[in-house]
Ligand binder design. Structure first.
Ligand SMILES: Nc1ncnc2c1ncn2[C@@H]1O[C@H](COP(=O)(O)OP(=O)(O)OP(=O)(O)O)[C@@H](O)[C@H]1O
Length: 586
């Protein structure tokens, strides 16, 4: 919490909040003194001049105190909101730099909770700190001193009430604080189930698992609610007990005070002022104890936010003076040299001793069974993960020595799962090239065989809903392909991007790709399951369980490679290749 405060508090807002708080405290502490004078010199002596004068003072001091309190709330809240805004920005910025490793480590629901709920906790406690946490100790000490100065004999009552109050507060905190900490983890769980329910709603319905999911959510929700109820019941128990102790303290003060007044050793005004100080002391004590509830809770949130902000980035740029440059927009080659890769925590290598080289203008196709490592291989090129050993070179330079900005500048990739953003078709395509003209956008759509359905949908400004849910799977893939094509790059990667396309569209798309000038000069990497998709490539890698088991052209592999032959045979049996060659000729 302190680290967050140090990094994010702005001097002026905090100073103004504290300044207004001090004015408010001074006013609150001065009021009982005026009251005592009003009673003793005005009311008891029936002196109306004093009554009017002290009454007027009281009004002015109370009004200043009220304005100062408003000023304190305003600046404390402004400061807390600013801290929240900065933290959300920092988390978002950090998460965008995370590799899949870091995202998997936290889990996406937890990242969402941390950037929303946890930051709200920090904001709330920041307001309380700037209001109560500074005010309460000052008020407590000052009121104790003033009360003692006014009438030391009455302070004996506090010797009983304050220790009782302290015991009650410590006991409640002891049980409540762990509960508040566990509420945070339970919020993560609710978010996780809710998120899975939302993203998997169709699967849940198709498998008629609504009841099971509802039960799972109900259980997590009930668990969260029960913990919340327990924690707040404990805290709510504090208030009546504190009010009781406060009332008993006042009774004690009145009993002792009335004896002193009867013995003519104390004035009535003193008793009234003392009672006000006693109330201020007890209320400050109550506010301080509330802070002991909220601060540990916010500290747990602060630790969770700090964990994200301080998480080392596993895929990071080399120091600037060790970085090398490659010319963007120029043809570049791609080479894998004895590359090994293992997912974090996995026993087995996901990719083992990969060696291949692709020159500018050539197409590399990667084919292999499900889970053989095709996506893993292409994800290594833009450094979504870092390799364990070996070397990957783009244009002759090891990719670790390029800044990620430069590396991503020369690579354009369509991921296996087409991701679209809410907006319009234009805004989605311009992700690839912000300055692309309408003609260029339509050209890319035409290559991606998407122009017809985009025209039907209303053109470039047709809306795209969240996740592109108003388009079919194949249409989403074609839009993602168009976005990849529109970006000027030296390496184009299509990770199983043609799988949702029918044979005819697949063939037409590849033919159009081959005729595009920009793609003709670049390295093209195509991951596919169908032989028909890879047959025209300059080089085909056959991957099985993370190893290259065949490397060559379609004709070479068909003649010599057993695994490739099996793939071809299985697809011919299904009539795949025949259909594909027919549609290519059409
Ligand atoms: N993030 C990950 N963490 C751990 N293991 C992973 C991860 N992603 C993939 N794997 C494992 O690595 C292996 C290769 O997966 P990959 O996604 O590269 O296969 P693929 O050939 O692209 O499969 P498909 O054709 O089904 O998309 C699989 O065994 C998979 O379980």
């Amino acid at each position: 919490m302190i680290r967050i405060a140090k990094r994010n508090l702005t001097g002026w807002a905090t100073t103004l909040a504290v300044l207004f708080m001090i004015i408010q405290v001074a006013c609150d502490l001065y009021l009982p003194t005026i009251t005592a004078e009003l009673v003793d010199r005005g009311i008891m002596a029936k002196n109306f001049t004093y009554i009017w004068r002290d009454g007027g003072y009281m009004l002015v001091v109370a009004a200043i105190g009220l304005l100062a309190a408003a000023g304190n709330v305003y600046f404390a809240s402004t400061q807390a909101m600013q801290v929240g805004e900065k933290l959300r920005r920092q988390i978002f910025h950090r998460v965008l730099r995370f590799s899949s490793k870091e995202i998997n480590e936290f889990g996406d629901s937890s990242l969402i909770t941390r950037s929303t709920n946890d930051i709200v906790q920090i904001q709330n406690v920041m307001v309380q700190v700037l209001r109560m946490m500074l005010q309460s100790p000052i008020m407590l000490v000052a009121a104790c001193v003033l009360a003692y100065v006014r009438e030391p004999r009455l302070t004996r009552v506090f010797l009983v009430s304050l220790p009782v109050l302290a015991v009650v507060v410590v006991a409640v905190m002891y049980f409540a604080v762990p509960l508040f900490k566990s509420i945070q983890k339970k919020t993560d769980r609710i978010n996780l189930i809710f998120r899975e329910g939302l993203t998997g709603v169709r699967v849940i319905r198709a498998f008629r698992e609504e009841q099971r999911e509802q039960d799972r959510f109900k259980q997590a929700n009930a668990d969260y609610t029960q913990t919340g109820i327990k924690a707040f019941t404990l805290v709510s128990f504090l208030f009546p007990v504190m009010i009781l102790i406060l009332s008993l303290t006042n009774v004690g003060i009145i009993l002792v005070g009335s004896r002193l007044i009867a013995g003519m050793t104390m004035q009535v005004g003193n008793l009234i002022a003392f009672l006000t100080y006693a109330t201020q002391i007890m209320i400050s004590f109550m506010m301080l104890s509330m802070i002991f509830v909220f601060v540990p809770r916010a500290s747990a949130s602060a630790a969770r936010v700090n964990a994200v902000l301080e998480q080392p980035i596993s895929v990071d740029d080399a120091p600037r003076d060790e970085q090398v440059k490659i010319a963007p927009g120029q043809p570049a080659s791609l080479r894998f040299d004895h590359v090994n890769f293992r997912y974090q925590g996995a026993e087995k290598l996901a990719l083992h001793d990969l060696n291949f080289a692709v020159k500018a203008g050539q197409t590399l196709a990667i084919i292999g069974g499900t889970g053989s490592g095709k996506s893993t291989l292409v994800n290594l090129i833009p450094r979504l993960f870092d390799i364990e050993s070996g070397r990957i070179e783009v244009d002759g330079q090891p990719i670790e020595q390029l800044s990620q900005h430069d590396l991503h500048e020369v690579i354009s990739i369509t991921q296996q799962k087409a991701v679209l953003f809410s907006g319009t078709i234009r805004s989605n395509l311009q992700f690839g090239n912000a300055s692309a003209s309408d003609d260029e956008l339509w050209h890319a759509l035409a290559i991606a065989q998407a122009a017809d359905f985009v025209k039907e949908a209303g053109g470039l400004d047709a809306p795209v809903e969240q996740d592109g849910s108003n388009f079919s799977g194949g249409q989403r893939q074609r839009l993602a392909i168009a976005r990849t094509i529109i970006k000027p790059a030296s390496i184009y990667i299509f990770d199983d991007s043609f799988s949702a396309l029918d044979f005819k569209t697949d063939a037409a798309l590849r033919q159009a790709l081959q005729q595009d000038q920009q793609i003709q000069q670049a390295v093209t990497v195509i991951v596919a399951q169908r032989v028909s998709t890879v047959a025209d490539a300059d080089q085909i890698l056959v991957i099985d369980e993370g190893e290259v088991v065949g490397q060559g052209t379609h004709a070479e592999l068909k003649a010599e490679n057993k695994t490739y032959q099996q793939i071809v045979d299985s697809q011919i049996q299904k009539g795949d290749e025949k259909r594909a060659s027919r549609t290519t000729k059409d």
